[in-house]
Write a protein of this length. Structure first.
Length: 248
């Protein structure tokens, strides 16, 4: 039985973690199945506008499945696969939005904030129980969360081991909605997109480079910029926008 449910809902690929007997805990199989769906979504002939990642209406995920943990250095293997998936989410040419209801702990927090945006219910519970488990969290994960959630929030989650509700998240880190509406809201964000896929992919690649702190050189991006400016898709979009303005 698969760890996830996935389907194309209109123009949005919806990927739902589905392990209710384990509180949607993530095991390596779960992460590989999510990555496989991303592969399909990116190469599908269907005109998808984005990917919605969720755990359903009751919870997102309890984090890593502790039944797969050994309590030894071998657990780095799980961390490496988690980071590989997070990088995959960040670098996907498709827009990705996570929809969070209920519990969202540990490794699941990584997945949510590796996406382009997070829609979180006000009653959701966000936790990173790393120091209580005696570990130094993956530095790559900490760096990403530090950049996206901010130093003070990460310190509350990791150093003070506080559990935050969705309503306690800093402004700009997530779209906070009433309980039970995260999936619907995330879906509407993606279904109404009307962006060019190549321009979106190039923009996401540039943003990922800036997130990593790569040495920024605008000249590196000039060929892609010129290619987008001269593309047939850009010309068609420009003409459509002009026509819409004239109608108004």
């Amino acid at each position: 039985m698969s760890d996830i449910i996935h389907r194309l809902d209109g123009s949005v690929w919806q990927v739902e973690i589905n392990r209710p007997e384990r509180a949607n805990a993530l095991r390596r199989t779960t992460m590989r199945e999510i990555e496989a769906v991303l592969d399909s979504a990116e190469t599908s002939a269907a005109d998808a506008t984005g990917v919605l990642l969720t755990g359903g209406l009751e919870r997102f995920s309890a984090g890593a499945d502790l039944s797969e943990m050994t309590g030894t250095v071998d657990d780095l293997g799980f961390d490496n696969e988690l980071e590989q998936l997070c990088q995959r989410l960040t670098l996907s040419p498709l827009p990705l939005v996570a929809a969070v209801e209920g519990a969202c702990y540990g490794a699941a927090v990584d997945l949510v904030w590796a996406c382009d945006a997070a829609v979180v219910s006000e009653e959701a519970r966000i936790g990173l129980p790393s120091t209580s488990l005696g570990i130094l969290y993956n530095p790559s994960s900490v760096a990403r969360l530090h950049a996206r959630l901010g130093s003070s929030t990460v310190r509350r989650l990791m150093v003070l081991q506080q559990e935050l509700s969705g309503r306690e998240l800093p402004p700009g880190t997530a779209t906070v909605v009433r309980s039970g509406s995260a999936v619907e809201t995330a879906g509407s964000l993606l279904s109404t997109l009307a962006a060019d896929s190549a321009a979106t992919a190039a923009t996401k690649e540039l943003l990922a480079s800036l997130d990593r702190g790569d040495g920024f050189d605008p000249a590196v991006w000039q060929p892609e910029r010129e290619a987008r400016l001269a593309s047939p898709a850009r010309h068609a979009a420009l003409e459509a926008r002009r026509a819409a303005i004239n109608r108004d």
